[in-house]
Design a protein around this ligand. Structure first.
Ligand code: S3P
Length: 435
């Protein structure tokens, strides 16, 4: 199915909206719910293709899962040793999170299996998980260059390890902690900079002890998970498009309801505030171990900044739309230390730079980031390269463009943000979808 967007120039974002559920938390709710003893009820689940891919993998592993229906999912846990050998290859679709976390979780099972994904996922690096998992005793083979598909041999003898991650990656950390549940002894993972901690929080919610000291998280293998209820907050990574949109579009005043504002995810708010954005967190509360707030964003004049490098892992998925904020800011914005953007669903540095340049924005890609000079820009034709966040970022750019923007290859928006076009239109974006 093809999908293209056309966005008329101008408009403002107003009202109150709730974006779909958090992708990271939705994946983990299925994974931990499946391994738990008892029935886990999930509400607010993201009915996007990535989270559905994880759900289908667990169904193939013998887990009964009811739903999703209006964001409600029921996972009938099979216990730590209850997964069954799948009949076929496990397809993770476009989802790096599914594949990397599953590598860790499946490494310690007593059956063989194989993981694959779509053309984008099959280009993405997996050695970052397969190398440390091999050091724990896992037997895995990949295609050339450590890319998927990945074959995993059954293994009941995984060994715990202490691992200092060379990159700040929540996916790697989570993969190794999940493998650690099946390893003999205590597995400890140290991160070079803070990354999202949903795995640690959710393990705790399922009654599994995670020791945290400074930058290190540890689990001891051989324990069990007890089913619980999970309420998934709205995804700050999806809310980010509207935070930028409301900031740049004159006359905007938008409330984003029930957004997850876990401190390991709020880099986008910190960066936008440093640029002069008017963002207020209202009604802050704790829901199932995760911080949640309503986020009110009003138009403000933005200015360019040198993005603090320590904020990069805390906003890693938000840079496509943050580049749009930079294009609308007075002066120059510089991003460094973000080479991970080159191995996301697309090479987000190269693809964003091309798109920004197509609109007439002075964007200069670097090995690990971008330099963007803000100013007026026109319309044009954008290739999103099938990257959901790039498609949505350029849709938001339409709010301040001088002419319409056409965006090609937008079907993958459904991986993370089903209903984006309707929600954005309701808030004031002049967007239309064409097949
Ligand atoms: C994710 C972690 C991030 C992020 C991805 C989801 C997760 O990847 O980009 O969209 O759920 O753990 P890295 O941790 O590899 O940067």
């Amino acid at each position: 199915m093809t999908s293209n967007y056309r966005v008329e120039a101008g408009g403002a974002l107003r009202g109150r909206i709730r974006v779909p559920g958090d992708k990271s938390i939705s994946h983990r709710s299925i994974m931990l719910g499946a391994l738990a003893e008892g029935v886990t009820r999930v509400s607010g689940f993201l009915e996007g293709e990535d989270a559905l891919a994880t759900m289908n993998v667990f169904r193939a592993l013998g887990v009964r899962i009811d739903g999703p229906q209006n964001g409600n999912v029921t996972v009938h846990g099979v216990g730590m040793k209850g997964l069954r050998r799948p009949a076929g290859v496990l397809d993770c679709g476009n989802s790096g999170t599914s594949m990397r976390l599953l590598c860790g979780l499946l490494a310690g099972q007593n059956f063989d299996c194989e993981l694959t994904g779509d053309a984008s996922l099959r280009k993405r690096p997996m050695k970052r998980v397969t190398d440390p998992l091999a050091a724990m005793g896992a037997t895995m083979t990949t295609a050339d260059g450590g890319r998927p598909p990945i074959s995993i041999r059954g293994n009941s003898g995984m060994r715990a390890m202490q691992y200092a991650m060379p990159i700040a990656s929540a996916q790697v950390k989570s993969s190794l902690l999940l493998a650690g549940l099946y390893a003999s002894g205590k597995t400890c993972v140290t991160e070079p900079a803070p990354t999202r901690d949903h795995t640690e929080r959710m393990l705790h919610a399922f009654g599994y002890a995670v020791e945290r000291s400074g930058a290190t998280a540890c689990v001891t293998g051989g324990g069990k998970l007890t089913a619980t209820a999970i309420e998934v907050p709205a995804d700050i990574s999806s809310a980010a498009f509207f935070m930028v949109g409301a900031s740049i579009a004159l006359g905007s005043d938008l409330v984003l309801e029930h957004v997850g504002v876990n401190a390991t995810r709020t880099g986008v708010i910190d960066i936008l505030r440093l640029m002069g954005a008017d963002i207020a967190l209202e009604n802050e509360r704790l829901v199932g171990g995760e911080q949640v707030a309503d986020v009110r964003v009003r138009h403000a004049e933005l200015h360019g900044i040198d993005i603090p490098v320590e904020l990069v892992p805390l906003a890693i998925d938000e840079f496509p739309v943050l580049f749009i904020a930079a294009a609308n800011a007075r002066g120059t914005t510089i991003l460094r230390g973000a080479e991970e953007l080159r191995v996301k669903e697309s090479d987000r540095i190269a693809v964003m730079a091309q798109g920004l340049q197509a609109l007439g924005i002075a964007a200069e890609p670097t090995a690990d980031g971008m330099r963007i000079v803000g100013g007026a820009y026109g319309g044009g034709h954008i290739e999103s390269e099938g990257d959901h966040r790039i498609a949505m970022a350029f849709a938001i750019a339409g709010l301040r463009a001088g002419a319409p923007i056409a965006i090609a290859d937008c079907a993958n928006v459904a991986t993370s943000f089903p209903g984006f076009v309707a929600l954005a239109r309701g808030a004031g974006l002049k967007i239309e979808e064409r097949s």
